[in-house]
Design a protein around this ligand. Structure first.
Ligand code: GRF
Length: 197
């Protein structure tokens, strides 16, 4: 059973999905938020999971990342899951957790990296969007994809409506991908996601 730490900044619905889906392959043993009062912290506390707030304000990126890193290592985390964590992590941090650090992004990567995804997808007239779980590498949203799920984009969609449809599949996709990683079904090798047959 792998010890998983989840980093959040806000709402935490993916965190809730990951908590609900825990099985023999992984246990969430720590939730860290850079934002005090984040809704996700309550979700963790309700599930009896230890939480930690590490504010980023007034610190250099390296100092902030070092604090997070210390907390993760003190908790013996084996996998680090970003779930709505709104800070860019330094190259040093990312390299230190290479192959054990994953993120979920609300688009079909490599399309629509970055922010305001749903707005841009609708403006471009796309027929399909979705969610991607990927290994984190230093370049933003550019890591090898572990799992993806698609949803239709409807002509009447607002960014909010599309976000809700994508979020729904995120909640199924993320636990599946974390289980795959926790059981050795996928690994990062020479910059590629390698799957076991
Ligand atoms: C999700 O849409 C995720 O794809 C993105 O941030 C959002 C987090 O939502 N990275 P929540 O905090 O899990 O509810």
């Amino acid at each position: 059973m792998k010890r998983v730490a989840v980093l959040i900044s806000g709402r935490g619905t993916n965190l809730s999905a990951l908590i609900a889906a825990q099985d023999a392959s992984y246990r969430i043993t720590l939730v860290v938020s850079n934002v005090e009062g984040a809704e996700g912290l309550e979700r963790a506390a309700e599930a009896g999971i230890p939480t930690l707030v590490i504010p980023h304000k007034g610190k250099s990126r390296e100092a902030f990342d070092a604090e997070i890193d210390d907390a993760l290592r003190a908790a013996n985390a084996q996998i680090v899951v970003l779930a709505g964590f709104m800070r860019i992590l330094s190259d040093g941090f990312v390299r230190g957790w290479e192959g054990r650090l994953v993120n979920i992004h609300p688009s079909l990567l490599p399309a629509y990296k970055g922010t305001r995804v749903h707005e841009r997808v609708i403006a471009a007239g796309e027929a399909l969007s979705g969610a991607s779980v990927h290994f984190v590498v230093p370049e933003l949203d550019a890591g090898p994809v572990i799992a993806q799920a698609s949803v239709p984009v409807r002509p009447s969609d607002t960014p909010e409506a599309l976000a809700a449809r994508v979020l729904d599949v995120e909640h199924r996709l993320y636990p599946e991908a974390v289980k795959l990683l926790a059981t050795g079904g996928v690994r990062l090798e020479k910059g590629l996601a390698v799957f076991n047959p």
